[in-house]
Design a protein around this ligand. Structure first.
Ligand SMILES: O=C(O)CCC(=O)C(=O)O
Length: 293
């Protein structure tokens, strides 16, 4: 099981902009996380929360769902991330990227940092933890090695129906598929990728769900470019800059306090992530419309 990355792995990440596979959870632990997620989906399938359950899973799940929060605070994930970002780590976001069996949903080529209001710095790492098999057939991520060494490139918002990204955003310059590598992961393994890395994923043509739990870690001193308040949860070390509102992990799942905090975080993130968009920006449009209860 992992601890910090060794120097060769750290160097590989710096060169390629990603690293995988990294063993994190045992298959049984991955299955237990998946079972907790699917229990939640079943429990709230018909409602019962102020917003649809999918909203809470796709944006800031660590604020409301204890299993997500515990996973985002797991030292087996934090140690490798700290090898890249240093000892002070904050969770900026945590979300489930789920592709149902035989879905045509895809993720277009993009760079994560384009709309996050953080500039294009090296202060962010995404950990993508597989809770089911992530293969080429089930639509795992593809990465273009070394593309993180470029600046942020222009993106266009397509708002395409079959795109899992909130704006259907895609890179407006040519990406050569021949340059891409397939980041296959077994349940319990993770990949790490840089926020400027070109990445995408295809449809799921298998009979099983493809489930990724995705955590966005930042350093506390990550620049903040938006005027909207920023929120982040300290995962380890110290937040000496206090450039964002440092939220404590609420105890329990979907408690009144967690649901109230969720609304605050969503409203603030929506201002940043929906900035400049001409259409409705997926899960962030919900913030403008308000909760139903
Ligand atoms: O889960 C996927 O297919 C894509 C996820 C992604 O783009 C990301 O984690 O940055």
């Amino acid at each position: 099981m992992p601890g910090p990355l060794d120097p060769a792995q750290t160097e590989q990440y710096r060169r390629d902009g990603f690293l995988c596979p990294i063993d994190v959870l045992s298959p049984a632990e991955a299955a237990a996380h998946r079972a907790a997620l699917e229990d939640l989906e079943a429990r709230y399938a018909e409602g019962g929360l102020p917003r649809p359950i999918n909203q809470y899973l796709r944006v800031s799940s660590h604020i409301v769902f204890e299993t997500a929060r515990n996973a985002a605070l797991d030292p087996r994930i934090l140690d490798p991330v700290a090898s890249i970002l240093g000892p002070d780590l904050m969770i900026w976001g945590a979300e489930y990227f789920i592709k149902e069996p035989h879905t045509t949903k895809i993720v277009s080529w993009h760079q994560d940092l384009t709309y996050w209001g953080m500039d294009g710095s090296d202060h962010e790492v995404t950990a993508w933890l597989a809770l089911s098999p992530a293969s080429a057939a089930s639509g795992c991520m593809r990465f273009v090695p070394g593309s993180h060494s470029r600046a942020l490139v222009p993106h266009v918002d397509t708002f395409a129906e079959n795109n899992l990204l909130s704006r259907g955003q895609e890179i407006a310059v040519e990406v050569d598929e021949a340059d891409a590598v397939v980041a296959a992961l077994a349940p319990g393994q993770m990949s790490l990728h840089h926020g400027r890395l070109f990445h995408a994923s295809g449809p799921n043509v298998t009979d099983e769900r493809r489930i990724g739990f995705v955590i966005r870690y930042i350093r506390p001193d990550t620049p903040k470019q938006s005027d909207a308040p920023g929120f982040a949860m300290l995962a380890q070390g110290a937040d000496r800059t206090l450039s964002r509102i440092n939220v404590a992990p609420p105890a329990g799942s979907f408690t009144p306090a967690a649901l109230a905090l969720y609304e605050e975080v969503l409203a603030a993130q929506a201002k940043t992530l929906a900035a400049g968009a001409e259409g409705k920006v997926g899960f962030y449009a919900a913030a403008a419309e308000g909760a139903s209860a």
